[in-house]
Design a protein around this ligand. Structure first.
Ligand SMILES: [Zn+2]
Length: 281
């Protein structure tokens, strides 16, 4: 396991930005509290305006979803070495991309088998590559205004650079060995990275057995709050122990959940098929 720091790189960036905007104030960061908190994001920078003015923002409350016979999401997740960063906002595992994916992002008509070294999903007959996953505590989405202790976000892109995020609620229950190995690789300090290429994590181990899901169109839940994100939120949570929830919160050091946003005229859909049709193979 290798731990190194991004702090040097980060301060170099700050210096060059200050130089660029000499005479002006330092670049504004965003956070989850006070004057840099979610209610202020839309005013912090012009590029963040959508956080305030957007009409299809995330997260939302999922109560009142319409049941529909939605297509299954086909998951094809691979083992991947640990490359976990603590960016101050969350703890995030970056997925390696194969040379195939790097040299030619999925072209129309290609299937998951063309990218058999990459973690992919097929969603709406469209191939998406998994790029990273990260966690929020408490959950960002709610069901009847109730939060889960943690929410996992698996962030994917297709060839048109459209985003699909698969979310998994995490509730208190049994100890979870897969979450444990993520916690073991979680950098304790902001700007740190933990690299461990001797051990692997497979994101499929963080999915619930039953793959029924809610879906709707929304946005990223962090600035600049870009819209056009297709969300699939697994209906069933996975479990981790109370001790693991506590340890995750301690490492993160603060809450990182954006409050729920107005639904406006959007529909939230929920799969209606039987449980057996939605099991992960
Ligand atoms: Zn997220």
């Amino acid at each position: 396991m290798r731990v190194f720091s991004l702090l040097l790189a980060a301060s170099a960036l700050t210096i060059s930005a200050n130089h660029l905007y000499a005479g002006e104030s330092a670049p504004v960061s965003w956070g989850y509290e006070g004057e840099h908190g979610p209610s202020q994001w839309g005013h912090l920078q012009p590029e963040f305006a959508l956080c305030d003015k957007g009409m299809a923002q995330s997260p939302i409350d999922l109560l009142g979803a319409h049941k529909l016979d939605l297509a299954k999401i086909e998951f094809s997740y691979k083992d991947s070495p640990f490359h976990v960063i603590n960016n101050g906002h969350t703890l995030e595992e970056l997925e390696p991309l194969s040379e195939t994916a790097q040299s030619r992002y999925p072209q129309h008509g290609q299937t998951a088998t063309h990218f058999n070294k990459d973690s992919t999903i097929v969603f709406d007959d469209d191939l998406y590559l998994l790029e990273q996953f990260h966690f929020h505590a408490p959950s960002e989405h709610t069901v009847d205004q109730r939060h889960y202790p943690i929410e996992l976000h698996l962030v994917h892109h297709n060839e048109r650079h459209e985003a699909a995020v698969v979310a998994v609620f995490i509730k208190e229950g049994q100890h979870n060995q897969h979450f444990e190995s993520f916690l073991d690789h979680a950098p304790k300090n902001v700007g740190e990275v933990v690299d461990d290429h001797k051990h692997v994590i497979n994101p499929k181990d963080l999915l619930p057995k039953n793959l029924n899901y809610y879906r709707y169109f929304g946005s990223y839940t962090t600035p600049p709050c870009h819209e056009g994100v297709i969300w699939a939120i697994m209906r069933d949570p996975i479990e981790v122990s109370a001790e693991q929830i506590g340890r995750f919160r301690t490492i993160l050091g603060h809450e990182n959940a954006r409050p729920t946003q107005p639904v406006h005229k959007r529909f939230v859909l929920e799969t209606s098929y039987f449980n057996t049709a939605a099991q992960l193979k």
